[in-house]
Write a protein that binds this ligand. Structure first.
Ligand code: PLP
Length: 387
């Protein structure tokens, strides 16, 4: 895959910038289609917050996926990119009135509701517009995922979602409201999950909850949304450029007891776009400390905040050196001590001007870029742009 990077084109471009390998993105989307085409109940929505680059969105629209949004801005970006409104779902714990109104006016497919007060506001705003909002409830399944604590979202006490014991109460409440239609249950247990057991545990919990609902006379719901969370191989992106979608979808197919006619929705973000993106940067200086060497590069936490925010480790490659590997602290220029991409990282001997790639940066990279230190937002290029 590295061979596919248009290195000679990179050299004439100002760094830092994002490069999206859209050929790999298309292959990833194909791999998803292979798993879902024979399972007509399965519908995949792309979790847009992972990457909202318009060129990337176009490929995802063309593959026929829906979109999972968490803000009015994302809904607008998806409408602009050509996602059909009825394939857009809107999640998030704090939806502002203008965002709810935008979603109602666009006629989105479903609101993923995370609290009772939110449900009441959606009902009020839908009443004013004389329309019916389709809602589904995000239930907190109390299933722990084996991932970083900052990205675990399914434990019992959490800002996200509605507690399991309140499920029947909120569904009953919906029936007393005139302008909301209850259509499903939503779950999301976390991100960067690589153990299929975690998804299997979610399936078992959903099976229990569905049985419980039916015993209490709440008929089968129209759809179940299991969120996203499938992880990628940050350590070796070339060995695993495409996530193991077969095991992922097979886990749900074999463990989740879907009712006849019920739809199963997925909201994958990182697994779709993570591996196709690289942050391309140049080494500005190599500073020899007394104990170690610092490779100071022109990208920083303003372009890719994951290492500073989650202690994430991305693979880093030097395209311009065949020298033997030495340990470097690869750091950015931002005035924060946490602006470190990797500590004691083995890199081929690195010099000023060398071109480096920080890999697997397609998800939660460009979307989290900031202008701290009056930095410019990073440019981005795709395979089409550079061929
Ligand atoms: C962030 C998020 C996702 C996507 O998570 P990934 O780990 O990128 O797949 C899906 N659903 C919800 C509700 C989210 O908040």
């Amino acid at each position: 895959m590295t061979a596919a990077l248009p290195l000679s084109k990179f050299r004439s471009l100002e760094t830092p910038f994002y490069f999206y390998d859209t050929a790999l993105l298309d292959q990833t989307l194909c791999a998803i289609k292979e798993q879902t085409v024979s399972r007509p109940a399965f519908h995949v929505h792309y979790a847009v917050k992972a990457c909202t680059n318009p060129k990337v969105l176009t490929h995802i629209v063309n593959a026929g996926l829906g979109a999972d949004c968490v803000s009015g801005g994302e809904i607008q970006a998806c409408l602009d990119a050509g996602f059909p409104a009825n394939k857009i779902v809107f999640a998030g714990v704090g939806k502002a009135d203008w965002e709810i109104n935008l979603a109602l006016e666009a006629g989105i497919g479903c609101f993923n509701v995370e609290s009772v007060p939110e449900l009441q506001v959606i009902n009020e705003l839908a009443t004013l517009k004389n329309c019916i909002a389709r809602v589904c409830f995000r239930i907190n399944p109390d299933v722990g995922a084996h991932t970083h604590s900052n990205i675990t979202t399914g434990l019992a006490e959490n800002k996200f979602g509605i507690a399991m014991q309140d499920m029947e109460h909120v569904i009953a409440l919906t029936r007393s409201m005139s302008h909301v239609h209850f259509s499903g249950l939503h779950f999301h247990i976390g991100s960067q999950i690589l153990q299929m057991d975690d998804f299997a545990a979610l399936c078992l919990r959903i099976n229990e909850l569905q049985d419980r609902l039916e015993q209490q006379g709440f008929g089968p719901v129209e759809h179940i949304n299991v969120g996203g969370g499938l992880g990628i191989d940050y350590a070796d992106p070339d060995a695993h450029p495409i996530p193991d979608f077969q095991s992922y979808f097979q886990t749900y197919a074999s463990q989740l007891k879907l009712r006849p006619g019920q739809q199963l929705h997925f909201e994958l973000g990182r697994a779709i776009v993570g591996q196709c993106g690289s942050l391309i940067t140049r080494c500005l200086y190599v500073k020899e400390g007394s104990e170690k060497s610092f490779a100071i590069v022109d990208a920083g936490m303003t372009e890719l905040i994951r290492p500073a925010l989650y202690h994430a480790l991305h693979r880093i490659q030097n395209f311009d050196s065949q020298g033997s590997e030495m340990p470097y602290d690869v750091v950015g220029p931002i005035c924060e001590s946490s602006d470190v991409f990797a500590a004691d990282y083995p890199l081929a001997e690195t010099r000023r001007g060398n071109l480096l790639a920080i890999r697997s940066a397609g998800a939660y990279g460009e979307t989290m870029a900031s202008q701290y230190n009056c930095r410019r937002l990073p440019a981005s290029y795709t395979t089409e742009d550079l061929t």
